[in-house]
Design a protein around this ligand. Sequence first.
Ligand SMILES: [Zn+2]
Length: 130
Amino acid sequence: MHDVSTDSEPRPLGPALRHALMGKCPKCGEARLFARFLKPVDRCPACGEAWQGHQADDFPAYLVILLLGHILVPLMIEVNFALSIPMGVQIALWPGLAIVLAAVLIQPAKGAVIAFQWSRRLHGFAGNGR
Ligand SMILES: [Zn+2]
């Protein structure tokens, strides 16, 4: 059952983000946040916080695209400046690296968005007792 007295408890952003970036529950950091790759658990088995109310939508993907652009473009410029990698190799290298990095970053990005929404009591985390 949901404890109404917890609704006014502080929700510090720093620890919530740290837990979520590790794939843990933003509230307690004890249990896993994700049941599947990008599907959060309905409720944290450790602290009982409900996570199905998040509305991360496409924002984690936008964050990953923004991050990848700022990682890959300078890297491509520096690598091309320092080394002479054949174009045929680069055609496979950069998109492959982009796919791998996107797959690595998308879950932490989604966790961070959920943690931010929870911490700021946005959307499904308004603390209305549901
Ligand atoms: Zn928890």
